[in-house]
Design a protein around this ligand. Structure first.
Ligand code: NAD
Length: 493
């Protein structure tokens, strides 16, 4: 598009019971491009009535519709076709994700590819859900049958919008559940784009519904609704805790993928150049808006000074820019709110520690929520910038004396999502892996994520696991069946 021309504003509808509809509120919400601050779309501002319609559709589809009678093979084929649609339209989806989130286009392309792979993976897994025969001490056959949990509501965050939704929808649909997805208010577009292909791939009406709207209205209504059996949530700890309390009234199954403050630990014997790259990549990928960001960088004291200097020099060369430019390595924050939050932490950090680079708005951009990559060093692990999730491009660097000290500092956090350790000493690496209290540990890398391996946290980073066979288990119930083989009366009375 030539410069100066205002981008087209797309109008979206929600997807309920196989139809595209406006909200009963008749209101819409503007969606912003965070790099220009311009409105790029309008989406329906859903309300409780919309949620009720979506839940009724999902309930009916689960209880009596063709989905209830579908075979795992049929479900698998539908998911394969959906994955093909995502691949065919990957460039389109990546562009929308990049513009809506502010994430670099190259990273958005990875996300869309990963979403397609996730649908493929669970398409295959639909036919591999196995029950068991249990060795009971009786003349009987004892079986465990795996059955879909029912109506699953998915509430997702803005940092990886399509991918976080896919990690939930793909296993849920493979298991035979029906779904209501509530995408994040600021980045709902790729979820809505996906609905366009649902009729074409053969998904019956009501099986997957997408309701847009605020968390406080639509999210709460889903969590409270008695006909929803399961809530799959990815988001912040404060919202997650509220959802657990609300869900208790109807004893819903709940999975929680929450925040983190993950340690990225560098021993002196690590490959130095790789280590510097790993420290920066670990914390600044996706502008630092990553739940598993290695935002606490722990460095052995003998290399600490050199490490901070090298990190700082390289951080200054990170290319900030418009998300759609292929050379861009860091785009703007997703929203004005997130920009304000991160800016406040930058100011707090200046009071709590020393700063080697960054510390403010990226001044060369007249518009957009751009923030400089920021490094604080000589930080105490008890400082607020060490303990609280910032969710932006702000790193804290903390020195440590030895292995024991590194592990003590690394585990001194309420979170337990992820961690990484860099060393060439295999024994030291494994001792550290075992000692860290977190759900995901990388050795000599940080962030690679695979659909085949479990994702989820220890401690206050949540519970439940996504991806792999663990992911589909979260949408299945186990039914015990006992078949008596004795033909005589029970003989008790
Ligand atoms: P958020 O908690 O503000 O919002 C998440 C979702 O919850 C949104 O869809 C929102 O509309 C909805 N919501 C808000 N209030 C609600 C309520 N009262 N009831 C029901 N739903 C409500 O989180 P965010 O700012 O979108 O995302 C950032 C957070 O997500 C960070 O804490 C990050 O660590 C976390 N996250 C975790 C993972 C993981 O895998 N563990 C992955 C990505 C993001």
């Amino acid at each position: 598009m030539p410069s100066g021309v205002k981008s087209e504003v797309r109008s979206y509808q929600m997807y309920i019971n196989g139809e595209w509809v406006d909200s009963a509120s008749n209101k819409t919400t503007a969606v912003i491009d965070p790099s220009t601050e311009e409105v790029i779309a309008q989406v329906p501002a859903g309300n409780v009535e919309d949620v009720n319609r979506a839940v009724a559709a999902a309930r009916a589809a689960f209880d009596t519709g063709p989905w209830a009678a579908s075979t795992p093979q049929e479900r698998g084929r539908i998911l394969f076709r959906l994955s093909e649609k995502i691949r065919e339209n990957a460039a389109h989806l990546a562009e929308i994700e990049s513009r809506n989130c502010g994430k670099p286009i190259v990273e958005a392309e990875y996300d869309i590819n990963d979403a397609a792979t996730c649908f493929e993976y669970y398409a295959g897994m639909a036919t591999k859900v196995l029950g068991t025969v249990n060795p009971v001490p009786d003349n009987a056959v004892s079986l465990t049958m795996k059955e879909p949990m029912g109506v699953a509501a998915m509430i997702t965050p803005w940092n990886y919008p399509l991918l976080m939704a896919t990690w939930k929808m793909a296993p849920a649909l493979a298991a035979g559940c029906t779904c209501i997805l509530k995408p994040p208010g600021v980045t709902p577009l790729t979820a809505l784009e996906l609905t366009k292909w649902l009729p074409e791939v053969g998904l019956p009406p009501g099986v997957l519904n997408v309701v847009t709207g605020s968390g406080s209205v639509c999210g709460t209504a889903l969590v409270r609704h008695p006909d929803v059996n399961k809530i799959a949530f990815t988001g912040s700890n404060s919202v997650g805790k509220g959802i657990i309390k609300e869900a208790a009234d109807t004893l819903k199954r709940v999975t929680m993928e929450l925040g983190g403050k993950s340690p990225n630990i560098f021993f002196a014997d690590a490959d130095f150049e790789n280590a510097i790259d790993g420290a920066l990549f670990g914390v600044f990928i996706n502008q630092g808006e990553v739940c598993s960001a290695g935002s606490r960088i722990l460095v052995e004291r003998s290399i600490y000074k050199k490490f901070v200097e090298a990190m700082t020099e390289k951080a200054k060369t990170i290319r900030l820019g418009p998300p759609l430019e292929r050379e861009t390595k860091m785009g703007p924050m997703v929203s004005q709110d997130q920009y304000d939050t991160v800016r406040a932490y930058q100011e707090l950090g200046k009071k709590e520690a020393k700063m080697s680079t960054g510390g403010g708005r990226a001044a060369k951009f007249a518009k957009g929520y751009y923030i400089e990559p920021t490094i604080f060093y000589d930080v105490d692990n008890s400082a607020r910038i060490s303990q609280e999730e910032i969710f932006g491009p702000v790193a804290v660097v903390i020195p440590f004396d030895d292995e024991k000290d590194a592990i003590r500092i690394a585990n001194d956090t309420p979170f337990g999502l992820a961690g990484a350790v860099w060393t060439r000493d295999l024994f030291k690496a494994f001792r550290t892996v075992k000692a860290l209290r977190a759900g995901i540990i990388w050795v000599n890398h940080m962030q690679p994520t695979y659909v085949e391996a479990p994702w989820g946290g220890y401690k206050q980073s949540g519970y439940g696991r996504e991806l792999g066979p663990w992911g589909i288990e979260e949408y299945l119930e186990s039914k015990q069946v006992h078949i008596n083989l004795n033909e005589q009366p029970i003989g008790w009375y």
